[in-house]
Design a protein around this ligand. Structure first.
Ligand code: ATP
Ligand code: ZN
Length: 288
């Protein structure tokens, strides 16, 4: 694999599709060939190593892969702390939370003292319990953690939650957040040789551009000069806007800005309230 850089990605599951999508959005053309283990990128020296997400931290730490796309929760649980997180990727968001049967009277971590907690994240949970100074028994389970209280295997559980539907279906209520997670790009420890370093740099830079442009919007409007300061304050996550004169008008200008946060209807109403008109919100495809 001379000079080719390997990115470990989840083969199938919640992160698989988005991981592939971000690689493609970064302009790398992925050939989904017959080889189950590797996908080849045809326009850059990159191969995707397709594996179970639990293995990704180890593969990256051992140098089997140079980069990896994995949930921070998996990195925390299965990693040895040797890989380097390059950037969060903005998808696969979830929280590792402690949940208890609805009738449970939770009054903070102390309520967990002496209880049995079922989880697929024993190491992460142990670290949390140590941090809050609580002794509890950890029951490690591979999956279906949410049924543990009903089976009397555990009093409470510690599991990944995104919408909360699974908890609700099992009459459980989240009472504590252990960690917040999303997919992250990680790299192996050590230095890359010159060839790999160049590929690595281009991946990092393009990924940064793709995740920055997700959710970012280009906002344009006409506005009275007098409300420029007010309008700048209303625009969410924008730097200094670009202001250009309008032909045939002395007191109105065109305002353009890149907003890093979501632009809601309320924002548009506030802008209109400040005197803006002809407001346009456009998606941004790429940013560097
Ligand atoms: P694999 O077969 O690769 O081991 P898995 O079953 O362990 O897959 P998935 O369920 O596909 O893992 O989840 C992958 C990752 O997606 C999780 O580790 C987490 O980072 C993220 N994720 C986002 N939302 C959720 C959720 N509601 N439940 C579980 N994981 C979630
Ligand atoms: Zn897994």
């Amino acid at each position: 694999m001379s000079g080719r850089l390997r990115i470990a990605v989840q083969k199938s599951g919640r992160l698989a599709e988005r991981s592939l999508a971000i690689v493609e959005a970064a302009g790398f053309r992925v050939i989904k060939g017959a080889n189950e283990l590797f996908y080849r990128v045809e326009n850059a020296p990159i191969d995707l190593l397709r594996v179970r997400d639990d293995d990704i931290p180890t593969f990256v730490e051992d140098g089997v892969a140079d980069f990896g796309i994995v949930g921070r929760n998996v990195l925390e649980e299965h990693g040895q702390g040797a890989s380097v997180e390059i950037m969060p990727l903005g998808f696969g968001r979830c929280e590792l939370r402690i949940a208890a049967p609805s009738a449970f009277d939770y009054r903070g971590p102390n309520s967990l003292r002496g209880l049995r907690i079922a989880t697929s994240y024993p190491k992460t949970l142990a670290r949390f319990l140590e941090r809050v100074g609580v002794d509890a028994e950890i029951v490690a389970m591979r999956g279906a953690v949410e049924v543990a209280p009903r089976l009397k295997l555990a009093h409470v559980i510690c599991d990944l939650v995104s919408t909360g539907a699974t908890l609700e279906a099992n009459a459980l209520i989240a009472v504590e957040t252990v960690m917040k997670s999303e997919a992250v790009l990680i790299r192996r420890p050590g230095v890359f040789d010159a060839e790999l370093a160049q590929t690595a740099e281009s991946i990092a830079q393009r990924f940064r551009g793709v995740s920055a442009s997700q959710g970012a919007k280009y906002v344009m409007m006409n506005a009275p000069k007098a409300s420029l300061a007010q309008i700048s304050r209303i625009l969410p996550g924008a730097g200094a806007p670009t202001v250009t004169p309008l032909v045939g008008s002395d007191d109105a200008v065109a305002v353009h800005a890149v907003c890093q946060e979501s632009v809601f209807w309320e924002t548009l109403e506030k802008l209109r309230g400040a005197g803006a008109s002809a407001i346009l919100v456009l998606p941004i495809e790429k940013m560097m």
